[in-house]
Design a binder for this molecule. Sequence first.
Ligand SMILES: NC(=O)c1ccc[n+]([C@@H]2O[C@H](COP(=O)([O-])OP(=O)(O)OC[C@H]3O[C@@H](n4cnc5c(N)ncnc54)[C@H](O)[C@@H]3O)[C@@H](O)[C@H]2O)c1
Length: 322
Amino acid sequence: MKVLVTGGAGFIGRHTVQRLVDQGDEVVVVDTGLAGNPRKMDESVRGYAVDIVSEELERIFAEERPEAVIHLAAQTSVRRSLHNPTGDAETNILGTIRLLQQCVRYEVRRIVFASSAAVYGNPEHLPIEESHATEPLSFYGVSKRVSEMYIQSFNERYGLNYSILRYANVYGIRERRTGEDGVLTAFVERLMAGLPLEVYGDGLQTRDFVYVKDVAEANVLALRCTGSQVLNVSSGRGISLLEALGMLKEMSGRNVQPQFRPAQAGDIEQSVLDNGKARDVLWWEPRYSLYDGLLEMMEFESEARKNPMLVERTSYSKTSAI
Ligand SMILES: NC(=O)c1ccc[n+]([C@@H]2O[C@H](COP(=O)([O-])OP(=O)(O)OC[C@H]3O[C@@H](n4cnc5c(N)ncnc54)[C@H](O)[C@@H]3O)[C@@H](O)[C@H]2O)c1
């Protein structure tokens, strides 16, 4: 199948593209992050350093004629969305609408959309299932929810099938950390660098951490689904930051003590997403326990410290797509 992946050079995008290439799909990536870095693309993947909001998007659809789209490109920082709501809305909402228009014009069969647990806001109960009320707390969450609604409207009006996947907290190797994002990546990096680990709040807040390779697998499985659906993609387990820290201490043999910082405004205390529907519909299940995922991250980080070029070389090698 020919698949166009927006945001394919990002954290989840790279793993998703890798998975598609491994199973023999033809992949086209649209990602502004490719600008000025042609080495980022393997020759089996065609990359366009194009903004999804721009007019140029149509040219790519006209040339490539993808059969399906995985839409990952987004402004992904909750904090940035609060400081710059128009920039957030432009990429996340307008970008999604532009993409949907091209999907309809060029008769794309299906779109898989990266939504987020942020659409739910404060949970009324746990675990959160897909029918839970959506009351996002951030502009980022609003932009994801509004995009979902546009996707559903395009489905009603033009019959474009969709899988809206609401990811929990995605973690894993090759995450590029920006500010508040990627707490586990921050833990692993700081641990390996011998730096103190910072915990905001009391560390008892729980998160549903799902490994990036499991998310990539869900994206790829969703391409072959029929009909349209909204699915949580999560581990289905709430783990406190202190529990995660305990695992890292155990596997590293380092007795690090966390440095507690004041809780950040707007942080949700508990978060667990019910993944039963994704299991039923996609025949998917998370294969990585948190322990396995952290172990892979520690090993990767340790290799990358010995040989910083390894990360780039591995990512851009011929067999690993991007
Ligand atoms: N990482 C998580 O925990 C998480 C959780 C829930 C949802 N999501 C969603 O999953 C998707 C992928 O997230 P990620 O963690 O890989 O983020 P990322 O920032 O690593 O990747 C996003 C990619 O989109 C590209 N991009 C941004 N704006 C663009 C534009 N206007 N045109 C073209 N490309 C553009 C960036 O260059 C980047 O490579 C996003 O939609 C995000 O909102 C992520």
